[in-house]
Design a protein around this ligand. Sequence first.
Ligand code: TA6
Length: 310
Amino acid sequence: MIFTVTLNTAVDRIIEIEGVLTRKANNKTRSIKYDIGGKAIHVSVALSYMNIPNIATGIIGGKKGRFMVEMAKKKGVDCHFFEQEESETRESIVLLDQSGQGSYMITQGGFTLSEQSISKIREFLINNVQKDDIVVFAGTPPKDFNIQDYHDLLMVVKNKEAKLVADTTKEYLQAALTCRPILIKPNEFEFQEFLQQELNTIDDYKNALRSMDELAEIIVVSLGKKGSIAKRGNEIVIVTPPTISEVNETGAGDFFVAGLVAKLHEEATLEEILRFGTAVGASKAMQKEVAHFDYQEALSLMSECTIERV
Ligand code: TA6
């Protein structure tokens, strides 16, 4: 079974602007739509589209939290979220204008998780995760989430001998690496921040990846439009994404992770894992929504990704 854990759920408000967003101007909206936010749950949305069994868990609050779960259920996600009283799931603003230069995203910190909520998640994982299951932690935990509590949740996964996938940053990435995850997916900035080192060339990335040998089984560093570089054992590959007409890149990284997880689940080769993840992320970027991709489109985009072994 694959589990996704969204500690800091969100509802994304996607605001489409007439023309190019301009300071000190009365920018007019073209449309306002709501979608699922929070990262890890996006992996569940994508896996559900692909009929890969998975369970989405996490903490929600109030009407927005219940609304997010309803949207996820409509997309076929098997939801097991815990509602925290007197709390409200946050809202992320995604601004799309007609510049074609990408979106603006503005996210709130999210409500503080109670000890009771953290215990519910911990108990859920203890009671349901089995050996060799995949558990995906993705997204920024609430602003004052205790790193020890985060580490304790990750250790449940490790103690169950399940496979931890962590798409997170800063001290949360550090915590994940103490549990030897099967997969981490920092972007180029998060990777350099973690290493406290500037990386400019592919050789820099290769050497940096090799220096992290024991920390994670698979390390995928997303390089934005340049694609990504990944390492598993002695293998290092670089994948270049297909040329697409980008509509909204928000969520593309989350769906990239979903594609990686789907192929990891099938015990595919590193090349297949990267190729499919890249295709799923590309398909998402071609959609205006945040939590959506076209599975058939992704399958056809796989052949347009180029892979280089380095
Ligand atoms: O990657 C897109 C997205 O998941 C949006 O849906 C928005 O909710 C935001 O990122 C949440 O990111 P955060 O790191 O704050 O959990």
